[in-house]
Design a protein around this ligand. Structure first.
Ligand code: ADP
Ligand code: MG
Length: 730
């Protein structure tokens, strides 16, 4: 208790130290630390500006003279801001982005000055991170270590500052010596290209003037905050990012009093500080609120073009983690840090937009006769039907295994929610094609209270149990885990939609050969997708047992763990899909899947080691000490001649603690054996499956015994902070 009081006092100190951060208008600070087109204007000629504008916004190639002018402009801007170093900022297949700083300063001899600050075109464009220590899934051998990072002009460079100085960060792709991608960004950009090509061709069937199409992404990031002292005292949080043990606290989320509740002051201070930093970096972060579980929160930006949005999510998490430390918090992005409470996701809201500013998934007032909308909408649903397994695989991680199908996250079964209005529109479309009917008049919700303004009811309710609901004018991929790099699922989503659009186009083209009525042919081809669409659409409760049974009847897959889900990436169909779209060669896809498997294996291996270590060094000793203390009590009573009281007071507890300790000891021995077996597997897929099916079940068994023990063991001997401390002290 004393410790807890001291801690609260410390934390309050941390809070006030940072003072009043920001009283400036957001519109004044937004983007002040980025070198985007707006900043560029002041540093280059109109001509160079126009060229960069078409590189960034129109996906035109960049000329080498423009690169030189950009390097000059960038260093001028950076020096003016007091920046001393620069780095390429890239996203290897690890959990966080990578950087290697170099000084602008170069010492010189035979000149008046001792050195100069410069950034050459080649320094801007290409860097060579040495070492072969990034995951490559076999693409790069340790003896052939060369890799390149190459500037991505479509995502603005930015400045990060610490108390001691500032560094210019230049977003970059990361590839091997032989040109294979080693990161998340390269395939994402390639998938954007594939999607642009496919979708633009379809758009031109409706509007000759469409120049290009891009996907948009608005993620919602959920996270937990834990006080740093408690965090540091939990080796599992420290090393695995989640609690592997921990009995339920008497109060959890059952009172529903956290969601959208008043934000605790210390947390709000943290939020304001990281948001301030993000806004300077041009991340349009707009929303903050408490989430469902105690200690859980969410933030969300305004959506952006996908490549920039993905970079922004990576950058945001970096800023958040650093800011949390300043506030003596630790931030948890793990999908399931606490058993029995909601896990954390990162809903990815995704849509398609034309360069003319049209959202292709916006149904408008008359979706039943809006053929362009129906074309894109139905094709996305068809893509989910044909290749939902690939999307499921793209989010298959050890952390997400705890979340998908648990009672608060979407199930591992991929389905699409359309909502009742579009359900009606579709059934009319299957039967009789385009229908020129207006949406029903929006209903007014009348409360009978004259002082309260009247509002219209939306056409559709939301569905929070579907992994892929359609919401207003976008799809929301809700199954993505909070710790995920959203580049991975978005690459796959872009790819499967692009592939479907290409197929659709050839089907329409084939019909056009016989009859030039394109519109009629589009309707015919779309109507041919009815069966597939009906199979994948589910508008009911995705959490229910009945849906699981129904989905099985429909033949939809339900891959409950990562190794099962990842198999979809090893098929010939998957290889040829990504290959024909120029996103991954078969070798690249294989290596990437291999990295995902390795990642899964490593995560489970770390957790297994934690179980063994904590079991022997924290849990069992606490049990033994409690037994000793109880036997002391027993003997004392006996020596006082109170044998009956001695028995009734301690016997039951001693028996239960002994029973549980015995069970834990045996399970630890079996776990150790299974772990050795798993480590001996030669192929990653076999190892991953072994971890999932033979090693992991011991985690669950051990957890039940340890959590029961936690309720009986003397608090003084229980060295691990409990859920109530982790979740309710802030
Ligand atoms: P909710 O939690 O109710 O789903 P939020 O406001 O938290 O809503 O998040 C909605 C997200 O969807 C925001 O990031 C928003 O910018 C994004 N979004 C809205 N329209 C689009 C679109 N056309 N494309 C991509 N994302 C979008
Ligand atoms: Mg949402």
């Amino acid at each position: 208790m004393k410790e807890i009081l001291e801690l609260t006092e410390e934390s309050t100190k941390a809070k006030t130290q940072n003072g009043n951060l920001n009283t400036r208008k957001i519109s004044d600070i937004f983007g002040e630390n980025i070198f985007d087109l707006n900043t560029l204007k002041a540093y280059v000629s109109e001509e160079t500006y126009a060229q960069m504008n078409s590189v960034v916004l129109k996906q035109k190639p960049i000329a080498s003279e423009t690169v030189e002018k950009m390097a000059d402009a960038m260093i001028k801007w950076a020096l003016g801001k007091g920046v001393t170093h620069f780095t390429h900022w890239f996203q290897p297949l690890t959990e966080s982005p990578a950087e290697k700083h170099d000084a602008f300063f170069k010492p010189t001899i035979n000149l008046e000055a001792r050195g100069i600050e410069s950034l050459s075109a080649s320094e801007l464009v290409k860097r060579e991170p040495d070492g072969s220590s990034f995951p490559s899934g076999g693409l790069r051998q340790t003896h052939s270590a060369r890799g390149y990072t190459i500037w991505d002009p479509s995502s603005p460079a930015f400045i990060l500052e610490t108390k001691q100085g500032k560094t210019l960060y230049i977003p970059a792709v990361f590839i091997s010596y032989t040109g294979e991608s080693l990161d998340y960004k390269t395939p994402l950009l390639k998938s954007n290209n594939a999607l642009n090509k496919a979708a633009t061709a379809i758009c031109r069937m409706f509007d000759e003037n469409v120049g290009h199409v891009f996907s948009t992404l608005g993620w919602e990031q959920e996270y937990f905050l834990v006080d740093e002292r408690f965090y540091n005292a939990r080796p599992d949080l420290l090393l695995a990012g989640r609690t592997i043990f921990g009995g339920k606290s008497a109060k959890g989320q059952q009172l529903d009093d956290h969601y959208f509740g008043s934000i605790p002051e210390r947390v709000e201070e943290f939020m304001k500080e990281f948001e301030y930093e993000c806004l300077k970096l041009g991340i349009p972060i707009l929303t903050r609120h408490n989430e469902v579980a105690p200690g859980q929160y969410e933030c969300a930006p305004m959506f952006e073009e996908t490549n920039v949005a993905v970079d922004h999510n990576q950058l945001l998490r970096d800023v958040m983690s650093k800011t949390a430390i300043k506030h003596k918090f630790r931030i948890l992005f793990n999908e399931k840090p606490f058993a029995g409470l909601n896990g954390s996701g990162k809903h990815c809201n995704w849509s398609l937009s034309t360069n003319t500013g049209k959202n292709l998934l916006s149904p408008g007032d008359t979706p039943g006769s809006n053929l362009q909308f129906l074309t894109f909408f139905i094709n996305v649903v068809k893509a989910m039907h044909d290749n939902g397994d690939l999307l499921r695989a793209s989010i298959a991680t050890a952390g997400n295994d705890h979340r998908l199908g648990a009672n608060e996250a979407p199930p591992a079964i991929i389905s699409v929610f359309t909502g009742s209005l579009l359900e009606k529109v579709l059934s009319g479309f299957w039967a009789s094609g385009l229908m020129d009917v207006k949406n029903p008049e929006q209903e007014v919700i009348d409360l009978g209270l004259t002082k309260i303004p009247q509002i219209n009811r939306d056409y559709n309710d939301r569905n929070r149990t579907s992994p892929f609901p359609f919401t207003d004018n976008r799809f929301e991929f809700r199954a993505v885990g909070a710790s995920a790099h959203c580049g991975a699922p978005i690459t796959v989503l872009n790819a499967i939609v692009a592939d479907q659009l290409n197929k659709f186009k050839s089907e329409v083209d084939a019909l056009n050969q016989k009859n030039p009525d394109t519109k009629a042919n589009i309707v015919t081809v779309l109507q041919g997708y009815q069966k597939a669409v009906e199979r994948i659409v589910f508008n009911g409760n995705g959490y229910s047992k009945e849906w699981e049974e129904e989905a099985a009847k429909r033949g939809l897959s339900n891959n409950k763990n990562a190794p099962a889900a990842l198999k979809a990436l090893f098929t010939d169909e998957a290889k040829s899909l990504f290959d024909r779209l120029n996103i991954f060669t078969p070798r690249e896809l294989e290596s990437r899947s291999e990295v995902m498997l390795e990642n899964y294996i490593n995560k489970l291996d770390i957790e297994a080691k934690l179980f063994l270590e904590l079991g022997h060094t924290f849990i069992l000793p606490a049990a033994f000490k409690t037994i000793n203390r109880l036997s002391e009590v027993f003997n004392n009573f006996k020596s006082m001649g109170m044998e009956e009281s001695a028995k009734s007071l301690v016997q039951e507890n001693v028996t239960t603690i002994t029973f549980l300790s015995d069970k834990i000891t045996k399970d630890l021995i079996s776990l150790k054996k299974e772990l050795a077996e798993a480590r001996g597997k030669e192929h990653a897929i076999d190892a991953a499956e072994y971890y999932a099916n033979q090693v992991k079940p011991y985690f669950e068994k051990l957890r039940i015994s340890v959590d029961s023990l936690e309720e009986l063991v003397d608090n003084e001997y229980w060295m691990l902070p409990k859920y109530r401390e982790l979740l309710f002290i802030r």
